[in-house]
Design a protein around this ligand. Structure first.
Ligand code: F6P
Length: 327
């Protein structure tokens, strides 16, 4: 029998489509189990500044389809300090909150790990980031929606690229992870993909272009923002110098990748993980991220979840796939 009577929920770090669906699931599951829910505003800032709203069934009605986060979000510097985390604990004690569900990415979980261990406070995390760069879940909430946004944008770019016989360098987000570039690149039939994990220099890219099909007029190269060649701008400079015969253009997709309606995959993932988080807390789980691995709910300690995907094991099969498809 759990002694949790009130759960706090917050979203932190970069927003991602599906965060609202996750909040809704946490609130509805809590109410189902007769637990009160408090929503903290702007992530850990809300905890530090005692800024919150009480949540009920109605406060999460009609949000499953909305992008962004109704609780707002922030990257809190203060929560990374011991003093900041003490203030957060004081807020939780004052409002009689017994456990927390934090929705965010690696930065969010680093803070959650410190806080949970320091104060022996039950915290579970939901992977909410477009980057898909967490260990312990096949997919993060928002990744599928961001991929669909990228694919939609690049399909449009392909139309004009094909009409003008142009080469486009399309830069996508992901910080130091290339997983958005990799999967969207396969999805749009890119001629090449540049990601930090593969460490492909521009020389190798030029070699690939030399050997690529000559009968295909347009070329799409998807570049991860964290790629070591300086992103789309850096690669374009070299291409323009060495390959003046290509009519090279740049498209940096930017924050459109974070907005828009969540896909059905993200809504369902967020709903499952949100309910699992509440049930996990009731069963005594803490200091872990809730994920879905091979269709099974898993709990991965925060300090392991933030270790990033093991590039060595993941990348070769993808690079091979791309080489076969782009040949
Ligand atoms: O982590 C999500 C993400 O969108 C990254 O892909 C990107 O590098 C970063 O956040 C951008 O952050 P901000 O919106 O603070 O500029």
């Amino acid at each position: 029998m759990s002694n949790i009577r009130k759960i706090g929920v917050l979203t932190s770090g970069g927003d991602s489509p599906g965060m609202n669906a996750a909040i809704r699931a946490v609130v509805r599951a809590s109410i189902y189990y007769n637990i009160e829910v408090t929503g903290f505003i702007r992530g850990y800032e809300g905890l530090i500044n005692n800024d919150f709203i009480e949540m009920d069934r109605k406060s999460v009605a009609n949000i499953i389809q909305r992008g962004g986060t109704i609780l707002k979000t922030a990257r809190s510097e203060e929560f990374l300090t011991v003093e900041g985390r003490k203030k957060a604990l004081a807020t939780l004690q004052k409002n009689k909150v017994d456990a927390l569900v934090v929705i965010g990415g690696d930065g969010t979980f680093v803070g959650a790990d410190l806080f949970s261990k320091e104060h022996d406070f039950p915290v579970l995390g939901l992977p909410g980031t477009i980057d898909n760069d967490l260990v312990g879940t096949d997919f993060t909430i928002g990744y599928d929606s961001a991929l669909n946004t990228v694919v939609d944008a690049v399909d449009k770019i392909r139309d004009t690229a094909e009409s003008h016989d142009r080469l486009f360098l399309v830069e996508v987000m992901g910080r130091d992870s290339g997983l958005i570039a990799l999967r969207s690149g396969i999805g749009v039939g890119a001629e090449a993909i540049l990601i930090p994990e593969a460490k492909m220099g521009v020389e190798e890219l030029l070699h690939k272009l030399d050997n690529s099909r000559k009968d295909k007029a347009s070329k799409i190269i998807v570049v991860a923002e964290g790629d070591e060649n300086g992103g789309a701008v850096g690669v374009a400079e070299i291409l323009k110098l060495k390959y003046p015969q290509y009519d090279t253009k740049i498209a940096i997709l930017g924050h459109i990748q974070r907005g828009g309606k969540p896909s059905c995959m993200d809504r369902v993932l967020a709903s499952r993980l949100g309910v699992a988080a509440v049930e996990g807390l009731l069963n005594g789980k803490k200091t872990s991220m809730v994920g879905l691995v091979d269709k099974t709910i898993t709990f991965t300690p925060f300090d392991h979840a933030v270790k990033h995907i093991d590039a060595e094991t993941v990348m070769p099969k993808w690079v091979r796939l791309l080489d076969i498809l782009a040949f």
